[in-house]
Design a protein around this ligand. Sequence first.
Ligand code: SF4
Length: 354
Amino acid sequence: MRQIVTPLLNWYELNKREMPWRDVRDPYLIWISEIMLQQTQVETVRPYFDRFIKLFPDVNTLAFSDQQQVLKAWEGLGYYSRARNLHKASKLVSSEMNGQLPGKFEELLEIPGIGPYTAAAIASIAFNESVPVVDGNVFRVFARLTELEDDISRPQTRKLVFESLKEIIPSENPSDFNQAVMELGALICRPKQPKCDECPVAEYCSGFRQGTFARFPVKRKMKDRPHKEIAVGLCFANGKVLIARRHENQMLAGMWEFPGGKVESGESFTECVKREFMEEVGLEITVTEKLAEVDHAFTHFSITIHAYLCTLISGTAQPLSGSEVRWVLPSELSQYPFPKANQVIINSFLNRTV
Ligand code: SF4
C-alpha cells in the first residue's frame, strides 16, 4: 500500500479541482465545508458555503446568531440537523474554548456533531496531524485497491481502514494525502465505471489486476425504503396563511412547515388535512382545492406530500404539536426556513398567484 503515496500525491497536484475551501487552513472554514459536504455534492455546496461564511465569518459570529438565521442560510441543503448541531457546537467553542477549535483529532471528537471524519479533516488540513479521513470515497478506493471483503457499513471495517491508512499517511503532508484519496474517489475511482486507465495507482490495485473492482466495496443491502403519504394544508384567513414550527425533539427541528401529517389507513387526503389541523393547531377548516404533489426522499424513507388550499371555519391557532404557529402574508414566507419539499409547495402557490 505504501507505494501508492507518491503517484497519488503527484496526480493530486496536477488534477485537484478548484474549490473555495481548498488550500485554506482556517479550521472554522474547514469545519463548515466538511459538514456541508456530508451527503451533499461539491457543486451543490459551493454557493451555500460562500453565502454561509459571508453571513457567519467566524465561530463567534455563528455562535451569537439566531438559530432561525442559521437554518435560513441552510435552507435547501437538507439534513438540517447538521446546521442545528453546528450552531450548538459553535456556542460551546465560543463560550468554553475562547472561539478556537482545538488542534488535536481526539479533542475535536469531544465537540458535539464532530465525528471521526470531520475531526480527521480538520486535524489534518488545519493542524497537519497525520490522521486519515475515511469517507465513502476513501472506502471505495481502499476496498478496490485491497479487494476488501469486509462489509463497509460495519464499524469494525471503518476502524480497519482507518488503522491501515494511518500506517501510510505521510507526516509531511497528511492534508494533501487525505484530499488526494478523496479526490481520486470522486474523479477516477467513481462508484460506476471507474477510469482505471487514467488511475495513478492502477499498478498497485488488486481489484484492477484481478478484474474484480466492480464487486467492491462490499455493502450490506439496505431494506426497501418505506414510503409515506403526507397531506398538508395552506389555510388562509384575512389574506394570511398559517405556518407551524417543528418542535426541537422532532425531525427537521426548528424548521417551519404547513400543518398536516401522515395519511392514516382508510383516510382520504382531505380528511387527513382536516384531522391534522384539529390535532396540530386546534382549527376547524374546509379544504377547497389541491395545490401540489411533491415527492421527496430522506435517507430511511420517502414521502409524497399532497398540498391543499384551505379556509378557516373556526378556532384560534395554537401550537398543539409544534413549538409555535404564525399567520403570515404569502410574501413573508421567504423569511422563514422551510424544508426543501415545502419550498416546492410555496413556489407552486406563488407561481399561480403571479
Ligand atoms: Fe479504482 Fe481502478 Fe484505480 Fe483500482 S485502478 S483504484 S479500481 S480506479
